[in-house]
Design a protein. Structure first.
Length: 377
């Protein structure tokens, strides 16, 4: 990678020679302006307004435009006299936690490469110190004619520097948030959380610029003399009338999309018709309603009545005989049970009467013996 700036990192009394390298690159498709009638290139020429002629690069200088429109010439010699201590130095001024840096301040990213073998040891020392402290370094440096603010942090085994905007260059978000009190219900927050959980995380390496790819396809088709591919029509977003319904639909769509991705492409299934099962005559018919079942039962009863009389007589005789036999047996059983109960009751009564008579006779005999003893005495 080609370096765009050479200098040194000033780390206290330690100086680390480094080279500044761009850490990012643009893959955007660029276009040229042409004349639509003949395809000729459109070029810009630098013309002096006073002389109305084209001038060369050597004739062009710098100037500051005053409020009244007058031009104040500024030469490179004037700028070289400015006291900029960071002209060739990245001066570290503090070490702070990374969360202290507002992402709004971050700008271009660079890699700091050690310049030569003598820079390897102090470069590694600074890298390991930043890694162990879990902090980033805030530094000042000069690039393209102005002093800038930067943040140094560890990326892998290298030190990266992010250009930062000065705090007064970041605008306050005034007038951006919606005005008036807006109340968000807990149910809406729950659905929003469910939607975030359903969408989940993603590996940033899997993301790519679909618009750039589409533009490249159009360019390739035009170069080959073919018709450019037609863009697919995107569904127009509808008006959000109910936030809860929109959230529920979003959660449902996200879950279906995720389930489809996890399941993968579905294979075509072979559909075969199953043979019809034979309906058994013994099987009772399905009941589809009260009236139909009643009519079916009535039909069955009528069919039974319509059978030959001989079978009915035989079955009736058998039923009556069995009924009479069971009735007689039950009567006999009940009679024997009554007799047994009566005998038991009689025995109990006889026992009681016997006990009473015995007690009476015993009492009488005892009284007679007592009276006779008294007389003899």
């Amino acid at each position: 990678m080609r370096s765009i700036w050479n200098g040194a990192i000033s780390f206290g009394l330690v100086s680390i020679p480094i080279k500044l390298v761009n850490a990012t690159e643009s893959h955007a498709v660029s276009f040229r302006q042409i004349h639509t009638e003949d395809g000729g290139r459109i070029r810009y020429r630098k013309v002096c307004e006073l002389e109305d002629r084209e001038v060369t690069q050597a004739e062009i200088g710098k100037a500051y435009e005053d409020a009244d429109g007058s031009m104040i010439p500024i030469t490179d010699e004037d700028l070289s006299q400015l006291p900029i201590p960071t002209a060739r130095t990245i001066e570290i001024v503090a070490f702070v936690p990374e969360d202290r840096i507002d992402p709004l301040q971050m700008g271009s990213a660079y890699y700091l490469a050690a310049s030569g073998a003598p820079a390897a040891k102090p470069y590694t020392l600074l890298r390991e110190a930043l890694k162990r402290s879990n902090r980033v370094a805030i530094a000042k440096f000069a690039l393209r004619g102005r002093e800038r603010l930067g943040m140094l942090r560890v990326v892998g085994d290298a030190i990266a520097m992010h250009g930062l905007l000065w705090p007064d260059e970041v605008r306050a978000p005034e007038g951006v948030a919606p005005e008036g009190g807006v109340t968000v219900r807990d149910q809406e927050l729950d659905l929003a959380d469910a939607l975030m959980d359903t969408l989940g995380e993603i590996d940033l390496d899997d993301l790519h610029d679909e618009y750039r790819e589409a533009v490249e396809e159009v360019v390739a088709a035009k170069a080959a003399g073919e018709r450019p591919p037609e863009a697919r029509e995107e569904a127009a977003p509808g008006k959000v009338l109910d936030l809860m319904a929109a959230l529920e639909n979003s959660v449902r769509a996200a879950r279906e999309s995720r389930d489809g991705e996890e399941a993968g492409p579905a294979e075509e299934a072979e559909v075969r018709s199953l043979p019809q099962r034979k309906t058994s005559s013994r099987r009772a018919p399905k009941e589809t309603g009260g009236k139909k079942s009643t009519s079916t039962a009535a039909k069955k009863t009528a069919a039974k009545k319509a059978e030959p009389k001989k079978s009915t007589a035989k079955s009736g005789t058998a039923r009556s005989s069995s009924t009479s036999s069971s009735t007689s047996s039950s009567r006999a059983a009940s009679a024997s049970a009554k007799k047994t109960a009566a005998k038991g009751t009689a025995k109990k009564a006889a026992g009681r009467s016997t006990a009473k008579e015995t007690a009476k006779s015993t009492g009488r005999s005892t009284a007679k013996k007592t009276a006779s003893r008294r007389r003899s005495a």
